[in-house]
Design a binder for this molecule. Structure first.
Ligand SMILES: Cc1cc2nc3c(=O)[nH]c(=O)nc-3n(C[C@H](O)[C@H](O)[C@H](O)COP(=O)(O)OP(=O)(O)OC[C@H]3O[C@@H](n4cnc5c(N)ncnc54)[C@H](O)[C@@H]3O)c2cc1C
Ligand code: FES
Length: 444
């Protein structure tokens, strides 16, 4: 009853509903009790009326005290994730599809079951599964959540259409083009709960510098929005690079947040501005070490009296490499720099994926207590585990993030492509590996 009551948003209506319910229940119980005990006793009727009135008043008060669920999440502490709400895939309906720039389109996803959706930390991502008719198996991809947490109603993904890399005769991006061309409002997309280790901790007060280019803006807008709502005292620098206004997603949205939050400092660099972009960017060129050195770091020092700050990077591999090198040269400690790679870059992507030389192998998953036979064609160990009801943690599924790292106790694996992240000694990345020996024992 409390659960249903808490869904009524208007407090007067909630109080009236609770009062009427209490009146009805107590009157019914009193009538049955009087009827069974002594129907001719007038004072018993009087007591029944008093008890019903008291219950009505208490019901009304209860209705006022019970809090509207949608208003419950207002503090920083409430933004913690609640991943146990669903474990595996959950169907979402595409509620809205909105074009954000020439290449980026947003998809607003609402749960098909219309139940509560958990919050996430700003910067985290969602993993989605697409049944693409031409593909032999479902295509799984991860996309950053591009809106602020606490909407409680939808998740937003903002996806760039990936074309074929220049000079390579290969098909364009499978999932992103499918999303742009064939996913419509009303389409159903299964998704796993929000996840990821790249997020802005809203309980911290250190200045934060969010640096992105291209579609790397997606986790940054979530961070900027969340900090502006829940951690307003914290100064945030939002540095973004785009080719020009045509390719610049969320410009108006970020400007609107900055209007409300004087502690959000925005800088846009356009590499090839058009004449009509004149009033919409701050510098021509790229977000680079010079910009940090000459304007951002001195400003941090002026406001905080120290240059200590956290840096969050997301963008093309070349861009992130250059910013990381720059920050290193500026003496920023590595533990203050956080980054998310969306892809490995054309050089690494172009390397052909290899398949295992084995036809089959026994894989022992010690923690799950399962011993299974993997066969050529079963895919990576991660895919094989998932097919068999084991759900290891993962995020990028590309050997970048180390989320799927798992200890190997016996045997060897081979990588289908060279890992970008370096796993610990005695551990392997199961998202991009297959068995190399007849028997593999994994602590999973
Ligand atoms: C944590 C995380 C968060 C992410 N967040 C976002 C986000 O918010 N928004 C977003 O748009 N993306 C995001 N991504 C990237 C996203 O997951 C996909 O990788 C991206 O959409 C490309 O997927 P695709 O299926 O369209 O392309 P794929 O089919 O995977 O192809 C990728 C590229 O490789 C090229 N290619 C195809 N075959 C070959 C070949 N043989 N040799 C060389 N190149 C080839 C394609 O033309 C394409 O350019 C994120 C990734 C990660 C890991
Ligand atoms: S899931 Fe990211 S490295 Fe395996």
């Amino acid at each position: 009853m409390f659960e249903s009551l808490s869904k009524v948003k208007n407090p007067v209506l909630r109080s009236t509903v609770a009062a009427s319910t209490a009146l009805a229940i107590v009157t019914m119980i009193s009538a049955v009790a009087i009827g069974a005990a002594n129907p001719k006793n007038k004072s018993a009727y009087k007591s029944g009326v008093y008890v019903s009135l008291i219950a009505t008043v208490l019901g009304g008060v209860l209705g006022l005290v019970v809090v509207d669920k949608s208003k419950q999440k207002t503090s920083v502490a409430d933004t913690k994730t609640d991943n146990d709400i669903w474990k595996d895939w959950r169907n979402f309906v595409v509620d809205r599809k909105v074009k954000e720039s020439k290449e980026i389109t947003s998809f607003y996803l609402k749960p098909q079951d219309r139940e509560h959706i958990p919050d996430f930390k700003p910067g985290q991502f969602l993993t989605i599964k697409l049944d693409i008719p031409e593909q032999p198996r479902p295509v799984i991809r991860t996309y950053s959540l591009s809106d602020s947490p606490n909407s409680g109603e939808y998740y937003r993904l903002s996806i760039k259409r990936e074309g074929s890399p220049k000079g390579l005769d290969v098909p364009p991006g499978v999932a992103s083009n499918f999303m742009h061309d064939r996913i419509k409002e009303g389409s159903i997309i299964p998704a796993k709960p929000p996840n990821g280790k790249f997020f802005l901790d809203l309980n911290k007060s250190l200045p934060a510098v969010l640096i992105s280019n291209g579609v790397g803006i997606t986790p940054m807008i979530s961070m900027a929005k969340a900090a502006s709502r829940l951690n307003k005292e914290r100064h945030i620098w939002f540095l973004h690079g785009a080719r020009n206004g045509e390719f610049h997603a969320f410009r108006d949205a970020v400007n609107a947040i900055a209007q409300e939050n004087p502690n959000l400092h925005v800088h846009y660099s356009y590499s090839r501005p058009r004449s009509e972009d004149k009033d919409f960017y701050h510098s021509q060129g790229y977000v680079d070490k010079e910009l940090l050195e000459q304007s951002v770091i001195p400003e941090i020092e002026r406001i905080y009296g120290t240059t200590d700050a956290e840096y969050f990077l997301c963008g093309s591999p070349a861009f992130m490499d250059s910013i990381r090198t720059g920050l290193d040269e500026l003496g920023v400690p590595k533990n203050r720099v956080f980054f998310e790679s969306f892809s490995k870059g054309s050089k690494a992507t172009a390397e052909t994926k290899s398949d295992s030389n084995l036809d089959s192998a026994e894989i022992v998953f010690t923690e799950s207590g399962k011993t299974l036979t993997w066969q050529k064609g079963d895919g990576t160990i991660l895919e094989f585990a998932e097919t068999n009801g084991i759900n290891p943690p993962y995020s990028c599924r590309q050997g970048i993030c180390l989320t799927c790292m798992c200890q190997i106790n016996e045997g060897e694996v081979e990588y289908t492509e060279p890992p970008t992240g370096t796993p610990d000694d005695g551990s392997v990345l199961i998202c991009i590996s297959q068995p190399k020996t007849d028997k593999v024992v994994l602590e999973l």
